[in-house]
Design a protein around this ligand. Structure first.
Ligand code: RIB
Length: 306
């Protein structure tokens, strides 16, 4: 059992503040930290913490942040052999403000993530033969994400795409290569042009995305849980009530948890519950990668929630 992740690595520069600033406003915060992040790397850590073999294909700069990110991933058990080190640019960074209520603002500067290209696709081709599932997000060039999806689909490897952030590139032609699309409500609205704020609206957005060619769509609705649509049925899984500390990377925790549960052979509904528990635990801790729970923490949490 092996999961491939093709995606971004960022060093997150995180400040905590009482609330998110208004445009043009200066606020005084109370904490500042550099924390390993990036949607691709976060999803890889979410998988590795749950004891599933994981390899990350991506790129960092030849700088301290790049070195620290690879070290942190390796300590978590992610295979980092295929991460390229690019002397022409800097490692990706994300400037993140986390408010006391747990909500956040994120601005990314892609750096090396923006130069992910043919080298990573060649590496991907090598590893597809031994993979069960490919996790994709959109913090590396969308053309490469599209090619990676197509390659995995042709190799018979299941593809899960987190369309975050929604790129300025038409993803629709690759929908038939996507087994599971996992937008949050903002991304679902951007992809469909519809309002997606409630479960009913999410159901309508799911039908539209399915008509455009994706087989399974899971819309992450935060406190309202998730809404899932397959070719057979549409169902909702409520969110677990937890005390929110920091929502950064909750979506990555969900995708990592879902990939693990599906690789374990769980049916989709049960896998979504496992993924929701993974995400719920992640928001109870600060930081992106540090907040990813282990397999036994998820299992214990689910037992205690019954
Ligand atoms: O999904 C959370 C991640 O988004 C952060 O770790 C940050 O790096 C941005 O990529």
């Amino acid at each position: 059992m092996s999961i491939l992740v093709f995606g971004s690595l960022n060093m997150d520069l995180v400040v905590r503040s009482p609330r998110l600033p208004l445009p043009g406003e200066t606020l005084t915060g109370y904490n500042c930290a550099t924390i390993p992040g990036g949607k691709g790397a976060n999803q890889a850590v979410a998988v590795a913490r749950q004891d599933v073999s994981t390899r990350l294909l991506g790129r960092v700069g030849a700088d301290d942040f790049g070195y620290q990110l690879r070290q942190a991933l390796a300590i978590d058990g992610v295979n980092v052999e295929a991460i390229q080190v690019d002397a022409e640019t800097h490692t990706g960074v994300a400037a993140i403000t986390v408010a006391d209520a747990g909500e956040n603002h994120i601005v990314i500067v892609p750096g090396a993530n923006g130069r992910v290209g043919k080298d990573e696709l060649q590496q991907l081709q090598l590893y597809l033969a031994s993979a069960d599932l490919l996790l994709l997000q959109c913090e590396v060039p969308a053309e490469m994400v599209a090619q990676a999806a197509q390659m995995a689909h042709e190799a018979g490897v299941r593809v899960m795409l987190d369309p975050a952030p929604v790129p300025d590139f038409d993803l629709q032609p690759i929908y038939p290569a996507i087994d599971i699309l996992t937008p949050n409500q903002v991304e679902a609205a951007q992809l469909t042009g519809l309002s997606v704020t409630t479960v009913d609206e999410a159901t309508v957005a799911i039908s539209q995305l399915q008509q455009q060619g994706v087989s399974t769509v899971i819309i992450k609705l935060g406190e309202q849980g998730v809404c899932c649509g397959t070719v057979e049925e549409t169902f909702q899984v409520p969110a677990f009530p937890v005390s929110v500390v920091d929502t950064v990377a909750a979506g990555d925790a969900f995708n990592g948890g879902l990939a693990v549960a599906l690789s374990d052979g769980k049916a989709l509904r049960e896998a979504v519950v496992w993924a929701s528990a993974t995400a719920a635990l992640s928001v109870t801790k600060s930081g992106a990668q540090p907040s990813m729970p282990t397999r036994s923490q998820v299992a214990d949490f689910l037992k205690a929630s019954k």
